[in-house]
Design a protein around this ligand. Sequence first.
Ligand code: PLP
Ligand code: COI
Length: 355
Amino acid sequence: MDKEVIDINTFDINAEPAEMDWKNLVFGYYPTDYNVRCDFKDGKWGDIYITSSPMLDIHMAATCLHYGQEAFEGLKAHRGKDGKVRVFRMDENAKRFISSAKGICMEPLPEDIFCKMVRMVVKLNARFIPPYGTGASLYIRPLEIGMTPQVGVKAAREYSVVMFVSPVGSYFKTGFKPSKICITRQYDRVAPKGTGRYKIGGNYAASLAAGTMAHEQGYSAVLYLDPKEKKYLDECGPANFFAIKDGKYITPASDSILPSITNMSLRQLARDMGLEVEERHIAISELSEISEAAACGTAAVCSPVLEIDDLDTGDKYVISKDGKPGPVTTQLYDMLCGLKSGEVKDEHNWCEIIE
Ligand code: PLP
Ligand code: COI
């Protein structure tokens, strides 16, 4: 692909917002102006380059197409009340991108290149950062693919990293309104010692059939069980799961779930609020003892759970008796959103302001 000559210094993070129906954005792909890329070739990462093309030129025998050598990330930029643009914990996403790449034998992208690419892609597309108060944000999607043509099952020698952005609204259609989720033993997302802790495309392909079934039955997500014993809670569609029980923040400890950066942050915020935090196995039977529950993640933010239906046993666990988000979930949600918009003091230095 021809490299375009684009001078990032001529871009302004405070660019006039594009004409968009900001308040009604869904969580989806909206075209923006530029994406940034970096290729690994001849044993080293090259320079970051910018392009306006959304297309990739891939050999038909590339390992990403046949053997699933693909990993991705998801993080967000928010325009704050003070007009500043903040990106939340990008260093953690950079670290997890490295872990995911290593998990499927891809070349890991150094953290400093990842962070530089994030800063660039946000600034280059500043006119697509949703204005403060619209409830929308700029989703940043980094991905890495194996590019070497190969027919034998082997890792590639060449890799490409692409980072693009899309303005997005809520992931769960109900937003912060509690929704129903379901349990099923008919599908596993990942294997017990498989790839669940990596953010790789294959895990999401494996979740599509269960997710489609759940949506068709009116549920916003599947609450997966541990794939070995099917006794304990694992995670909730494209998000982690937490619950409030006896005033404690409890969340599953499991090798088959993605280590969520949102969950890690909520655990800290819960501790800051004086709550006890437990990361441990949570048996399905405990669902009758919890007072609040939510799905948490970059896309899901903190989506409260109304009811959990076990599709195999017919058990129904009503979590929110009045149909509203619980008080602890609401406080955590407000703190998290406040941090990202600059309205809550960033005690832990989680946000980077993009200039
Ligand atoms: N679990 C899965 C399977 C996910 O896709 C995501 C989204 O990234 C999460 C959990 C939440 O992770 P994070 O909070 O880092 O976005
Ligand atoms: C995220 O929360 O960043 C996700 O990746 C969730 C989903 C869109 C895959």
